[in-house]
Design a binder for this molecule. Structure first.
Ligand SMILES: [Zn+2]
Length: 472
Protein backbone atom coordinates (compact mmCIF):
# COMPACT_ATOMS: atom_id res chain seq x y z
CA UNK A 1 0.00 0.00 0.00
CA UNK A 2 2.80 2.37 0.96
CA UNK A 3 4.81 1.47 -2.12
CA UNK A 4 1.80 2.07 -4.37
CA UNK A 5 1.19 5.46 -2.78
CA UNK A 6 4.87 6.39 -3.27
CA UNK A 7 4.89 5.47 -6.96
CA UNK A 8 1.69 7.44 -7.60
CA UNK A 9 3.15 10.51 -5.97
CA UNK A 10 6.34 10.17 -8.04
CA UNK A 11 4.29 9.96 -11.22
CA UNK A 12 2.17 12.95 -10.17
CA UNK A 13 5.33 14.91 -9.31
CA UNK A 14 6.95 14.15 -12.68
CA UNK A 15 3.81 15.12 -14.54
CA UNK A 16 3.63 18.42 -12.68
CA UNK A 17 7.32 19.17 -13.28
CA UNK A 18 6.94 18.28 -16.98
CA UNK A 19 3.91 20.54 -17.26
CA UNK A 20 5.75 23.44 -15.61
CA UNK A 21 8.79 23.00 -17.89
CA UNK A 22 6.56 22.84 -20.93
CA UNK A 23 4.82 25.99 -19.76
CA UNK A 24 8.14 27.80 -19.27
CA UNK A 25 9.31 26.74 -22.78
CA UNK A 26 6.11 28.01 -24.29
CA UNK A 27 5.18 24.49 -25.33
CA UNK A 28 2.11 24.57 -23.19
CA UNK A 29 0.32 26.72 -25.70
CA UNK A 30 1.13 24.18 -28.42
CA UNK A 31 -0.11 21.25 -26.37
CA UNK A 32 -3.20 23.23 -25.52
CA UNK A 33 -3.80 23.84 -29.23
CA UNK A 34 -3.29 20.15 -29.91
CA UNK A 35 -5.77 19.32 -27.17
CA UNK A 36 -8.36 21.66 -28.68
CA UNK A 37 -7.76 20.19 -32.12
CA UNK A 38 -8.14 16.70 -30.69
CA UNK A 39 -11.33 17.57 -28.77
CA UNK A 40 -12.95 19.37 -31.72
CA UNK A 41 -12.06 16.43 -34.01
CA UNK A 42 -10.94 18.56 -36.98
CA UNK A 43 -10.89 16.68 -40.26
CA UNK A 44 -7.21 15.81 -40.76
CA UNK A 45 -7.26 15.83 -44.55
CA UNK A 46 -8.86 19.27 -44.73
CA UNK A 47 -6.51 20.59 -42.06
CA UNK A 48 -3.41 19.42 -43.92
CA UNK A 49 -4.63 20.96 -47.18
CA UNK A 50 -5.20 24.27 -45.35
CA UNK A 51 -1.78 23.96 -43.76
CA UNK A 52 -0.14 23.55 -47.18
CA UNK A 53 -2.01 26.52 -48.60
CA UNK A 54 -0.95 28.64 -45.62
CA UNK A 55 2.65 27.52 -45.97
CA UNK A 56 2.79 28.37 -49.69
CA UNK A 57 1.17 31.73 -48.98
CA UNK A 58 3.71 32.59 -46.29
CA UNK A 59 6.60 31.71 -48.53
CA UNK A 60 5.29 33.65 -51.51
CA UNK A 61 4.39 36.70 -49.40
CA UNK A 62 8.02 36.74 -48.29
CA UNK A 63 9.17 36.47 -51.93
CA UNK A 64 6.85 39.20 -53.16
CA UNK A 65 8.22 41.38 -50.34
CA UNK A 66 11.74 40.67 -51.57
CA UNK A 67 10.67 41.31 -55.23
CA UNK A 68 11.32 37.70 -56.22
CA UNK A 69 9.12 35.68 -58.58
CA UNK A 70 6.57 33.56 -56.73
CA UNK A 71 7.09 29.79 -56.53
CA UNK A 72 4.62 27.39 -58.07
CA UNK A 73 3.53 24.02 -56.72
CA UNK A 74 5.15 21.23 -58.73
CA UNK A 75 2.56 18.45 -59.05
CA UNK A 76 5.17 15.93 -60.24
CA UNK A 77 7.31 16.53 -57.17
CA UNK A 78 4.25 16.61 -54.90
CA UNK A 79 2.99 13.24 -56.16
CA UNK A 80 6.38 11.76 -55.39
CA UNK A 81 6.41 13.30 -51.89
CA UNK A 82 2.90 12.01 -51.14
CA UNK A 83 3.95 8.46 -51.95
CA UNK A 84 7.37 8.52 -50.24
CA UNK A 85 6.87 10.76 -47.23
CA UNK A 86 4.74 8.36 -45.10
CA UNK A 87 7.73 5.96 -44.78
CA UNK A 88 10.59 8.46 -44.95
CA UNK A 89 13.13 8.75 -42.13
CA UNK A 90 13.35 12.44 -41.33
CA UNK A 91 16.68 12.71 -39.54
CA UNK A 92 19.04 13.21 -42.48
CA UNK A 93 18.08 16.21 -44.62
CA UNK A 94 21.02 15.63 -47.00
CA UNK A 95 19.87 12.15 -47.88
CA UNK A 96 16.33 13.44 -48.47
CA UNK A 97 17.78 16.08 -50.81
CA UNK A 98 19.63 13.37 -52.74
CA UNK A 99 16.48 11.26 -53.01
CA UNK A 100 14.50 14.23 -54.36
CA UNK A 101 17.12 14.87 -57.05
CA UNK A 102 17.23 11.21 -58.04
CA UNK A 103 13.45 11.00 -58.25
CA UNK A 104 12.97 14.26 -60.15
CA UNK A 105 16.32 14.79 -61.88
CA UNK A 106 15.24 17.99 -63.59
CA UNK A 107 15.87 19.78 -60.30
CA UNK A 108 19.12 21.72 -60.44
CA UNK A 109 19.03 23.12 -56.90
CA UNK A 110 17.03 21.63 -54.07
CA UNK A 111 16.46 22.94 -50.58
CA UNK A 112 14.73 20.72 -48.01
CA UNK A 113 13.30 21.55 -44.58
CA UNK A 114 11.56 19.25 -42.10
CA UNK A 115 9.57 20.08 -38.98
CA UNK A 116 7.79 18.16 -36.24
CA UNK A 117 5.33 19.41 -33.64
CA UNK A 118 2.09 18.77 -31.86
CA UNK A 119 -0.05 20.85 -34.22
CA UNK A 120 0.04 22.09 -37.76
CA UNK A 121 0.08 25.68 -36.49
CA UNK A 122 3.36 25.04 -34.66
CA UNK A 123 4.84 23.53 -37.83
CA UNK A 124 3.94 26.65 -39.73
CA UNK A 125 5.98 28.72 -37.25
CA UNK A 126 8.92 26.34 -37.51
CA UNK A 127 9.04 26.89 -41.28
CA UNK A 128 9.11 30.67 -40.82
CA UNK A 129 12.86 31.18 -41.22
CA UNK A 130 13.05 28.77 -44.14
CA UNK A 131 10.28 30.71 -45.91
CA UNK A 132 12.24 33.96 -45.53
CA UNK A 133 15.39 32.57 -47.14
CA UNK A 134 14.51 30.89 -50.44
CA UNK A 135 17.00 31.79 -53.16
CA UNK A 136 16.07 33.96 -56.18
CA UNK A 137 16.80 31.12 -58.63
CA UNK A 138 14.19 28.80 -57.08
CA UNK A 139 11.07 28.16 -59.18
CA UNK A 140 8.90 25.44 -57.61
CA UNK A 141 7.88 23.89 -54.32
CA UNK A 142 6.04 20.95 -52.82
CA UNK A 143 5.21 19.80 -49.33
CA UNK A 144 3.80 16.79 -47.53
CA UNK A 145 2.37 16.23 -44.03
CA UNK A 146 1.89 13.11 -41.94
CA UNK A 147 0.69 12.35 -38.42
CA UNK A 148 3.08 10.70 -36.03
CA UNK A 149 2.17 7.20 -34.83
CA UNK A 150 -0.63 7.43 -32.30
CA UNK A 151 -1.79 10.75 -33.73
CA UNK A 152 0.03 12.83 -31.09
CA UNK A 153 1.75 15.20 -33.50
CA UNK A 154 2.63 16.02 -37.06
CA UNK A 155 5.67 15.87 -39.30
CA UNK A 156 6.04 17.97 -42.42
CA UNK A 157 8.54 18.09 -45.27
CA UNK A 158 8.93 21.19 -47.41
CA UNK A 159 10.94 21.13 -50.64
CA UNK A 160 11.87 24.20 -52.67
CA UNK A 161 13.88 23.86 -55.86
CA UNK A 162 14.97 25.16 -59.23
CA UNK A 163 13.14 23.09 -61.82
CA UNK A 164 14.87 23.18 -65.20
CA UNK A 165 13.19 23.61 -68.54
CA UNK A 166 13.37 20.79 -71.07
CA UNK A 167 16.23 21.26 -73.49
CA UNK A 168 15.42 22.36 -77.04
CA UNK A 169 17.12 24.73 -79.52
CA UNK A 170 14.08 27.01 -79.24
CA UNK A 171 14.31 27.32 -75.46
CA UNK A 172 18.02 28.23 -75.47
CA UNK A 173 17.28 30.86 -78.12
CA UNK A 174 14.47 32.28 -76.01
CA UNK A 175 15.91 32.39 -72.49
CA UNK A 176 19.15 33.38 -70.83
CA UNK A 177 19.24 30.22 -68.70
CA UNK A 178 22.40 28.17 -68.84
CA UNK A 179 21.15 24.87 -67.46
CA UNK A 180 18.48 22.59 -68.95
CA UNK A 181 17.11 19.11 -68.41
CA UNK A 182 17.69 16.49 -71.07
CA UNK A 183 17.69 12.75 -71.71
CA UNK A 184 20.31 10.86 -73.71
CA UNK A 185 18.99 9.55 -77.05
CA UNK A 186 21.38 6.57 -76.88
CA UNK A 187 20.99 5.29 -73.31
CA UNK A 188 18.01 7.31 -71.95
CA UNK A 189 20.10 8.65 -69.07
CA UNK A 190 18.43 11.79 -67.65
CA UNK A 191 20.84 14.62 -66.94
CA UNK A 192 21.46 18.33 -66.78
CA UNK A 193 22.92 20.14 -69.80
CA UNK A 194 24.99 23.27 -69.25
CA UNK A 195 25.23 25.72 -72.11
CA UNK A 196 28.07 28.09 -72.83
CA UNK A 197 26.84 30.94 -74.97
CA UNK A 198 30.43 31.80 -75.91
CA UNK A 199 30.27 29.02 -78.46
CA UNK A 200 27.91 29.20 -81.38
CA UNK A 201 27.85 25.45 -81.91
CA UNK A 202 27.68 22.88 -79.17
CA UNK A 203 27.29 19.15 -78.89
CA UNK A 204 25.16 17.52 -76.21
CA UNK A 205 27.20 14.71 -74.71
CA UNK A 206 25.75 12.15 -72.31
CA UNK A 207 27.61 12.01 -68.98
CA UNK A 208 26.85 8.28 -68.72
CA UNK A 209 27.60 6.76 -72.15
CA UNK A 210 29.89 9.65 -73.18
CA UNK A 211 28.38 9.89 -76.64
CA UNK A 212 27.04 12.92 -78.45
CA UNK A 213 23.32 12.74 -79.14
CA UNK A 214 22.55 16.21 -80.53
CA UNK A 215 24.44 19.17 -81.93
CA UNK A 216 23.01 22.68 -82.09
CA UNK A 217 24.41 25.81 -83.72
CA UNK A 218 23.37 29.45 -83.74
CA UNK A 219 22.78 31.61 -86.80
CA UNK A 220 23.82 35.25 -87.09
CA UNK A 221 20.69 36.36 -85.19
CA UNK A 222 21.60 34.10 -82.27
CA UNK A 223 18.83 31.62 -83.01
CA UNK A 224 19.81 28.02 -82.34
CA UNK A 225 18.80 24.99 -84.40
CA UNK A 226 19.83 21.37 -84.57
CA UNK A 227 22.65 21.29 -87.12
CA UNK A 228 20.74 18.92 -89.40
CA UNK A 229 18.03 21.58 -89.67
CA UNK A 230 20.45 23.89 -91.44
CA UNK A 231 19.77 21.59 -94.39
CA UNK A 232 16.59 23.39 -95.30
CA UNK A 233 15.70 21.79 -98.62
CA UNK A 234 17.72 24.15 -100.78
CA UNK A 235 17.12 23.59 -104.49
CA UNK A 236 18.06 26.52 -106.69
CA UNK A 237 16.40 26.76 -110.09
CA UNK A 238 18.92 24.97 -112.27
CA UNK A 239 18.65 23.10 -115.56
CA UNK A 240 20.91 20.07 -115.85
CA UNK A 241 22.01 18.63 -119.11
CA UNK A 242 20.12 15.36 -119.63
CA UNK A 243 22.96 13.43 -121.23
CA UNK A 244 25.30 13.82 -118.30
CA UNK A 245 25.96 10.98 -115.90
CA UNK A 246 25.14 11.18 -112.19
CA UNK A 247 28.83 11.48 -111.39
CA UNK A 248 29.02 14.38 -113.80
CA UNK A 249 26.00 16.00 -112.13
CA UNK A 250 27.65 15.52 -108.74
CA UNK A 251 30.81 17.27 -109.91
CA UNK A 252 28.80 20.02 -111.60
CA UNK A 253 27.01 20.90 -108.38
CA UNK A 254 30.26 20.72 -106.44
CA UNK A 255 32.00 23.21 -108.69
CA UNK A 256 28.94 25.51 -108.77
CA UNK A 257 28.95 25.61 -104.96
CA UNK A 258 32.65 26.35 -104.92
CA UNK A 259 32.25 29.11 -107.49
CA UNK A 260 29.51 30.76 -105.45
CA UNK A 261 31.00 30.51 -102.00
CA UNK A 262 34.26 32.34 -101.41
CA UNK A 263 35.98 30.59 -98.54
CA UNK A 264 36.20 32.74 -95.43
CA UNK A 265 38.36 31.37 -92.69
CA UNK A 266 36.73 30.22 -89.51
CA UNK A 267 37.35 33.09 -87.08
CA UNK A 268 38.99 30.68 -84.66
CA UNK A 269 38.68 30.18 -80.94
CA UNK A 270 39.39 33.77 -79.96
CA UNK A 271 36.45 35.11 -81.94
CA UNK A 272 34.33 32.03 -81.87
CA UNK A 273 31.24 34.05 -81.07
CA UNK A 274 31.21 35.36 -84.63
CA UNK A 275 31.23 31.89 -86.15
CA UNK A 276 27.51 31.69 -86.76
CA UNK A 277 26.13 29.05 -89.10
CA UNK A 278 24.39 29.79 -92.40
CA UNK A 279 21.70 28.04 -94.40
CA UNK A 280 22.40 27.34 -98.08
CA UNK A 281 20.29 30.27 -99.18
CA UNK A 282 22.13 32.64 -96.85
CA UNK A 283 25.48 31.39 -98.13
CA UNK A 284 24.34 31.79 -101.72
CA UNK A 285 23.19 35.37 -101.05
CA UNK A 286 26.35 36.35 -99.20
CA UNK A 287 28.59 34.51 -101.65
CA UNK A 288 30.88 33.41 -98.86
CA UNK A 289 31.18 31.12 -95.90
CA UNK A 290 33.54 28.89 -93.97
CA UNK A 291 33.87 25.13 -94.21
CA UNK A 292 30.56 24.14 -92.59
CA UNK A 293 28.65 26.80 -94.55
CA UNK A 294 29.91 25.54 -97.90
CA UNK A 295 29.47 21.89 -96.81
CA UNK A 296 25.83 22.60 -95.89
CA UNK A 297 25.34 24.48 -99.19
CA UNK A 298 26.72 21.52 -101.16
CA UNK A 299 25.05 18.73 -99.18
CA UNK A 300 21.63 20.42 -99.15
CA UNK A 301 21.61 20.86 -102.90
CA UNK A 302 22.84 17.29 -103.49
CA UNK A 303 20.05 15.94 -101.24
CA UNK A 304 17.50 17.91 -103.25
CA UNK A 305 18.86 16.27 -106.40
CA UNK A 306 18.35 12.84 -104.85
CA UNK A 307 21.94 12.06 -103.90
CA UNK A 308 22.80 10.06 -100.79
CA UNK A 309 24.86 12.73 -99.04
CA UNK A 310 25.89 13.76 -95.54
CA UNK A 311 27.80 16.61 -93.95
CA UNK A 312 30.71 15.28 -91.88
CA UNK A 313 32.16 17.16 -88.90
CA UNK A 314 35.56 16.20 -87.55
CA UNK A 315 39.25 16.90 -87.89
CA UNK A 316 41.44 17.41 -90.91
CA UNK A 317 45.01 16.38 -90.18
CA UNK A 318 46.40 18.54 -87.40
CA UNK A 319 44.26 21.52 -88.37
CA UNK A 320 41.47 20.82 -85.93
CA UNK A 321 37.75 21.24 -86.58
CA UNK A 322 36.60 20.90 -90.16
CA UNK A 323 33.50 20.07 -92.22
CA UNK A 324 33.17 18.25 -95.55
CA UNK A 325 30.62 16.25 -97.56
CA UNK A 326 30.45 12.53 -98.24
CA UNK A 327 28.36 10.98 -101.01
CA UNK A 328 27.56 7.37 -101.79
CA UNK A 329 26.89 6.70 -105.46
CA UNK A 330 26.94 3.34 -107.27
CA UNK A 331 28.63 1.68 -104.27
CA UNK A 332 31.45 4.21 -104.39
CA UNK A 333 32.12 6.65 -101.56
CA UNK A 334 33.15 10.17 -102.54
CA UNK A 335 34.62 12.78 -100.24
CA UNK A 336 33.93 16.31 -101.45
CA UNK A 337 36.02 19.13 -99.99
CA UNK A 338 33.52 21.95 -100.29
CA UNK A 339 36.14 24.67 -99.80
CA UNK A 340 37.83 23.44 -102.96
CA UNK A 341 36.17 22.40 -106.16
CA UNK A 342 38.17 21.51 -109.21
CA UNK A 343 36.63 18.20 -110.09
CA UNK A 344 38.59 15.96 -112.38
CA UNK A 345 36.36 13.25 -113.86
CA UNK A 346 39.36 11.13 -114.61
CA UNK A 347 40.56 11.30 -111.02
CA UNK A 348 37.47 11.29 -108.75
CA UNK A 349 37.85 12.08 -105.03
CA UNK A 350 37.05 8.63 -103.65
CA UNK A 351 37.26 8.26 -99.88
CA UNK A 352 39.88 5.55 -100.35
CA UNK A 353 42.05 7.97 -102.32
CA UNK A 354 41.66 11.34 -100.58
CA UNK A 355 40.16 10.46 -97.21
CA UNK A 356 43.16 9.50 -95.08
CA UNK A 357 43.57 12.85 -93.32
CA UNK A 358 39.84 13.38 -92.70
CA UNK A 359 38.64 11.97 -89.38
CA UNK A 360 34.87 12.38 -88.85
CA UNK A 361 33.14 12.29 -85.46
CA UNK A 362 29.61 13.37 -86.39
CA UNK A 363 27.62 13.34 -89.62
CA UNK A 364 24.18 14.65 -90.45
CA UNK A 365 21.59 14.81 -93.19
CA UNK A 366 18.23 16.59 -93.06
CA UNK A 367 16.63 14.56 -90.27
CA UNK A 368 19.34 12.57 -88.59
CA UNK A 369 22.60 12.79 -86.77
CA UNK A 370 25.13 9.97 -87.11
CA UNK A 371 27.46 9.41 -84.18
CA UNK A 372 30.51 7.14 -84.18
CA UNK A 373 30.20 4.10 -81.89
CA UNK A 374 33.76 4.56 -80.72
CA UNK A 375 34.56 8.25 -80.86
CA UNK A 376 38.21 9.20 -80.71
CA UNK A 377 39.40 5.75 -81.83
CA UNK A 378 41.26 4.91 -85.02
CA UNK A 379 39.26 5.78 -88.10
CA UNK A 380 39.05 3.12 -90.79
CA UNK A 381 37.23 5.17 -93.40
CA UNK A 382 33.72 3.67 -93.46
CA UNK A 383 31.18 6.50 -93.74
CA UNK A 384 28.06 4.39 -94.34
CA UNK A 385 28.37 1.32 -92.13
CA UNK A 386 25.68 0.94 -89.45
CA UNK A 387 28.33 -0.92 -87.45
CA UNK A 388 30.37 2.27 -87.20
CA UNK A 389 27.61 4.87 -86.94
CA UNK A 390 24.58 5.18 -84.69
CA UNK A 391 21.71 7.16 -86.13
CA UNK A 392 19.63 9.42 -83.88
CA UNK A 393 16.90 11.91 -84.72
CA UNK A 394 17.40 15.04 -82.61
CA UNK A 395 13.77 16.14 -83.09
CA UNK A 396 12.61 13.10 -81.12
CA UNK A 397 14.50 14.44 -78.11
CA UNK A 398 11.65 16.58 -76.80
CA UNK A 399 9.25 13.63 -76.91
CA UNK A 400 11.90 11.53 -75.15
CA UNK A 401 12.32 14.08 -72.36
CA UNK A 402 8.54 14.40 -71.93
CA UNK A 403 8.16 10.63 -71.89
CA UNK A 404 10.78 10.43 -69.16
CA UNK A 405 8.72 12.77 -66.98
CA UNK A 406 5.46 10.90 -67.45
CA UNK A 407 7.22 7.60 -66.74
CA UNK A 408 8.72 9.06 -63.59
CA UNK A 409 5.25 10.01 -62.42
CA UNK A 410 4.87 6.45 -61.19
CA UNK A 411 2.36 5.19 -63.73
CA UNK A 412 2.04 1.41 -63.96
CA UNK A 413 4.65 -0.70 -65.69
CA UNK A 414 8.40 -0.43 -65.52
CA UNK A 415 9.91 2.95 -66.17
CA UNK A 416 11.92 1.81 -69.20
CA UNK A 417 8.96 0.26 -70.94
CA UNK A 418 6.69 3.19 -70.35
CA UNK A 419 9.27 5.59 -71.68
CA UNK A 420 10.10 3.50 -74.75
CA UNK A 421 6.56 2.84 -75.88
CA UNK A 422 5.47 6.45 -75.60
CA UNK A 423 8.55 7.71 -77.39
CA UNK A 424 8.11 5.28 -80.25
CA UNK A 425 4.52 6.37 -80.57
CA UNK A 426 5.61 9.98 -80.94
CA UNK A 427 8.66 9.24 -83.07
CA UNK A 428 6.65 7.37 -85.67
CA UNK A 429 4.31 10.24 -86.26
CA UNK A 430 6.62 13.19 -85.75
CA UNK A 431 8.36 15.17 -88.43
CA UNK A 432 10.43 18.23 -87.74
CA UNK A 433 8.24 21.10 -86.76
CA UNK A 434 7.72 23.27 -89.87
CA UNK A 435 7.32 26.30 -87.65
CA UNK A 436 10.93 26.12 -86.60
CA UNK A 437 12.74 24.05 -89.15
CA UNK A 438 13.25 22.60 -92.57
CA UNK A 439 11.95 23.46 -95.95
CA UNK A 440 10.62 26.90 -95.14
CA UNK A 441 13.27 28.57 -97.20
CA UNK A 442 12.27 26.92 -100.45
CA UNK A 443 9.65 29.59 -100.87
CA UNK A 444 12.18 32.35 -100.41
CA UNK A 445 13.66 31.75 -103.85
CA UNK A 446 11.71 34.16 -106.06
CA UNK A 447 9.61 32.57 -108.77
CA UNK A 448 11.20 34.78 -111.42
CA UNK A 449 14.76 33.87 -110.39
CA UNK A 450 16.93 33.17 -113.39
CA UNK A 451 17.56 29.50 -114.06
CA UNK A 452 21.17 28.34 -113.82
CA UNK A 453 22.31 26.43 -116.88
CA UNK A 454 24.36 23.56 -115.50
CA UNK A 455 27.24 23.22 -115.68
CA UNK A 456 27.85 26.91 -115.12
CA UNK A 457 30.37 28.42 -117.47
CA UNK A 458 33.04 28.85 -114.86
CA UNK A 459 36.05 31.08 -115.17
CA UNK A 460 38.24 28.51 -113.44
CA UNK A 461 36.92 28.99 -109.92
CA UNK A 462 36.21 32.66 -110.42
CA UNK A 463 32.85 33.40 -108.87
CA UNK A 464 32.24 36.52 -110.97
CA UNK A 465 29.64 36.11 -113.65
CA UNK A 466 28.72 32.65 -112.54
CA UNK A 467 25.08 33.56 -112.77
CA UNK A 468 24.21 32.68 -109.23
CA UNK A 469 22.77 36.01 -108.31
CA UNK A 470 19.59 34.38 -109.62
CA UNK A 471 18.15 34.25 -106.13
CA UNK A 472 18.33 37.97 -105.57
ZN1 LIG B 1 23.87 8.13 -72.88
Amino acid sequence: MFIRLLSWSIIAGLALAGGLMAHRDGKWVAWNLWFQEWVSGTDQAAASVRFQVDLVDRLNYARIGAKLPVLRVDTELERWLQSEFPTMVLGDVNSITRRVQEAVPRYFRVSVCTASGPTLATLLDQFHDFCQQTGPEMTHLACAVRQSPGGLGHHALFVVGQRLEDFSPEIISKTKEEAFFSTCLHCQHPHIVRISRQQHSLGLECPQCRRTYAVVAADAAGKYRYVNEYLTGYAPPAAFSKDHSRVHELFTIWSAVHANCVYTKDPGAAKEATDSWQTSLETQRMGQGDCEDSAIFLCDWLLSRGFQARVALGRFGDMGGHAWVVVKLDDKEYLLESTEGRPDLSNPPLVTRVGSRYVPEIMFDRYSLYVRHTPGQAWKGDYWSAKVWTKVEPRTLEARIRAFSSAADGSSGSQGEASDSSVQRVARTSRPNPAVAPFMELEEIPKDASVWQMPLSLGQGNSDGAGVSGGE
